[in-house]
Write a protein that binds this ligand. Structure first.
Ligand SMILES: [Cu+2]
Length: 476
């Protein structure tokens, strides 16, 4: 019997899937390596200090449970007064390590297994990584595993459902053959499905705009001088294409429904119609020309506005973070040279250049409200894209090719927090190019301050030559 055949087939696949499902429990140092490279290499290496300490032998220094807690949320541990955590934090100039709440215990254990393997096996012996990894198998059996199991269960259930449904249709077809007339009228059914797709699709589209539109950066309004002009252009384009979208979707699906094959009608032969062709070529051409010219004008306004009193700021992108360099008292960025790039001088600033001496390198960028800024973008490695969504600014960051963008922030962080009713809101600089495995980590907080707050913040920074920033610099 065919039905038994397909059932045994399904069972066979099931058993394969189940054995796969359980083997995913076995975390190895290989997986730890992938996780480590994706999440930690921006700040850690095994043998060198980068932002965070070298992790060699960290499994000997700390308890496993301590490490798991630490990686998930190190700041919580510092705040709770854990002596080791507080000391570590102080030793590292109070740099904040990112929290990884989303990593499971098992994943963190596999990272530790990788670090352990690397600590024990200097360079060449990568093979031991897997051996060391297998040690963690016994301890890997924690409550977090249930997620993997549930996922596999869902996969199995879906496959069974598909198998069952396709069997049902098979049987219905057979019945139809025996009776000499199909059980299901497919033309009718498909026609109705097409209409259902249209109606559900349109409702879902509007629902999506209505519900999630509120979460977009457009809903919160722009925070830069050119932002409104930009938003305007965006909304006009979206409105026009939106109307066209709705009309064409309705026509498309309505026709598919109305003219479904009833076995009697024949399609009309309709070679061409000059008037129609004329209209549907000219109308889009005119609309697009208007949109493009308007876009060009907006672009020129934004890109070529010359602000006399703008501050010069360099944004330096690398896998996987941003640094910013402020120009200091002279408002001139010092020269840079890629040969100078090293562990201490991460940006390769030419420290012999007079203009560089008062430059200030920061990890959190502060801007003064109402003060124009000229951004100069530089990349250390691959193409990144500096994206300031709230300021409606984005520019590619290309190795060896200087790029620029200027804007004037108009709303302070505090005001935006009030406006949104979100005390934890921050402006951000993100990377908008898929630049590598930890691309998503390229995020710098941007704070827009009042003049007083900005000067106070700047005065608390150090110049590249490790001098305090004095007030005359700050108020420049
Ligand atoms: Cu990037």
């Amino acid at each position: 019997m065919k039905i038994f055949k397909s059932l045994t087939k399904s069972l066979f696949f099931l058993s394969i899937l189940i054995s796969f499902g359980f083997s995913t429990k076995a975390q190895s140092a290989d997986e730890g390596k992938t996780l480590f490279n994706a999440n930690c290499t921006a700040c850690h290496a095994i043998n060198d200090k980068i932002v965070g300490p070298a992790l060699k032998d960290v499994h000997k220094r700390r308890e496993e449970s301590w490490l798991i807690k630490w990686v998930k949320n190190s700041q919580a541990m510092v705040k709770s007064g854990d002596a080791t955590a507080v000391q570590l934090y102080k030793e590292n100039n109070e740099s904040v390590m990112t929290s990884f709440e989303s990593l499971t215990d098992v994943q963190i254990k596999s990272i530790i297994a990788y670090v352990k393997a690397e600590s024990e096996a200097p360079a060449a012996q990568a093979a031991t990584a897997t051996v060391a990894g297998s040690n963690t198998n016994e301890t890997a059996n924690t409550s977090n595993d249930y997620k993997t199991e549930i996922n596999w269960l869902l996969v199995i259930i879906s496959i069974l459902l598909i198998a069952i449904i396709s069997r049902i249709f098979g049987i219905l077809n057979k019945i139809g053959e025996i009776q000499g007339k199909p059980v299901i009228n497919w033309t009718q059914t498909n026609g109705l499905l097409v209409m259902a797709f249209l109606i559900i699709g349109l409702i879902a589209t509007f629902w999506e705009f209505y519900v999630h539109g509120k979460l977009t950066v457009f809903a919160m309004g722009s925070a830069s001088a050119h932002g409104d002009e930009y938003d305007n252009m965006f909304m006009i384009t979206l409105g026009l294409t939106g109307v066209v979208f709705v009309i064409t979707q309705i026509l498309l699906f309505w026709y598919a429904y109305k003219y479904k094959n009833d076995g009697k009608r024949k399609a009309m032969y309709f070679p061409d119609n000059h008037k129609l062709e004329f209209i549907w070529t000219i109308v889009p051409a005119v609309v697009l020309t208007v949109l493009v010219i308007r876009g060009l004008m907006t672009w020129n306004n934004i890109m070529y506005s010359k602000e006399e009193n703008a501050r010069e700021v360099e944004i330096f992108g690398y896998q996987f973070a941003w640094d910013a360099r402020l120009a200091g008292a002279d408002n001139k960025l010092g020269a840079h040279n890629f040969r100078e790039i090293g562990k201490v001088n991460a940006l390769g600033v030419d420290t012999t250049d007079e203009k560089a001496k008062d430059d200030v390198v920061v990890k959190e960028l502060h801007l003064e409200v109402g003060k124009p800024v000229n951004f100069h973008f530089r990349s250390k490695d691959v193409i990144h894209s500096a994206y300031f969504p709230h300021f409606r600014a984005q520019m590619n960051v290309v190795p060896g090719l200087p790029t620029k963008f200027s804007f004037t922030p108009t709303v302070t962080t505090a005001d935006m927090r009030n406006k949104l009713g979100k005390p934890e809101f921050d402006y951000v600089l993100l990377c908008n190019k898929i630049c590598g495995s930890a691309h998503y980590r390229m995020k710098m907080v941007v704070v827009v301050d009042t003049k007083e707050a900005y000067e106070k913040w700047l005065a608390s920074q150090k110049t590249i030559t490790n001098q305090p920033v004095n007030n005359s610099i700050a108020s420049k």
